[in-house]
Ligand binder design. Sequence first.
Ligand code: FAD
Length: 375
Amino acid sequence: MNKKYDYLVVGAGLYGAVFAHEAKAAGKSVLVIDRRPNIAGNVYTEETEGINVHKYGAHIFHTNNKKVWNYVTKFADFNRFTNSPVANYKGELYSLPFNMYTFNKMWGVVTPEEAEAKIRQQREEAGIADPKNLEEQAISLVGRDIFEKLVKGYTEKQWGRDCKDLPAFIIKRLPVRFTFDNNYFNALYQGIPTGGYTKMVANILDDIEVILNQDYLDRKEEFDSMADKVIYTGPVDAYFGYREGYLEYRSVRFETEVLEQPNFQGNAAVNYTDRETPWTRIIEHKWFEFGKDANGNDLPKTVISREFSSEWKPGDEPYYPVNDEKNSELYNKYKELAAREENVIFGGRLGEYKYYDMDAVIASALEMSEKELGR
Ligand code: FAD
């Protein structure tokens, strides 16, 4: 049978878009489909009141991978945004990640030596040699004050459980810096694509046929008959009709509001680290682009999103894979099934049930393209 396309790409997120671009550049015919009404997958941004709103959670591009940086900057100009979140503990504000500003605010210490001594003293006071749970692990790493004000409430909201009931291994280390450096990501390259991620992905998909609002699994046979090979970036368990069971995720719920004021919190991200505030973070989207519109004008309004950690149940939007033993075992079963699927390549965060940062998913798509397309 003569097929129309060399490749059918299921999913117009970063993985699918990068592969489609590479395939097209290699002279192949490609069709991209997505079940959503928009391209860009989870990095989708939508303009509201002149502000690019990150619809599926705040996305900050950061990488040490020069090849990936050179690649993405072909499709977008990046601004100089630096992620410097602020922690709000019952109205007290602290710099993140833990650094000299944090320690000065917490204890009034001025020199790195004083800060190190304070943390050492609190660790010794706690006297925990063999941490039995997350609480003991955190206290043994950073002492009681930082744990109580900046770790405990936030972690409990994220996991929906008391830190005493969470395993110690979740936090292997808690980065502390004895410098005045608020730059959260220690990456060589960092920024936000000017004009939003959707525009960047549209540029990657330039000249490629994309059909939206199409669920591949609803009409699998028909779609399969249209191409020699399928690149599938949807959930791997869904592909196999969940026959081995559901892979679990942690979910996030967003409540987004337009406010009739120019500045709500003065920063893109504020983490609420107390237990009582129900949300974990508030994102004020305009600060990813310094509060300016596309023409460099100040914006009169603002858009904020409160983030709530929530339990995931089948049917919810999958966010973070839960890479515990049970889910890893289940994924391995699906991985075996996937390996037997001729003419289908499973990729990306859902296809491989893996947390990928954006740079890593792009690197992975480029690597697979090289293998598949020989370029
Ligand atoms: P996706 O973007 O999920 O794309 C998959 C696409 O497949 C979707 O569009 C989906 O609709 C489509 N699809 C699925 N099933 C079907 C089907 N049956 N038929 C048709 N289409 C289908 N990374 C960073 O580097 N920095 C950050 O700050 C950052 N923040 C994040 C915040 C959150 C809350 C989350 C969850 C992730 C964050 N990431 C961040 C990671 C980033 O989102 C991922 O690296 C990236 O989205 C992965 O791209 P993908 O193409 O693999 O998946």
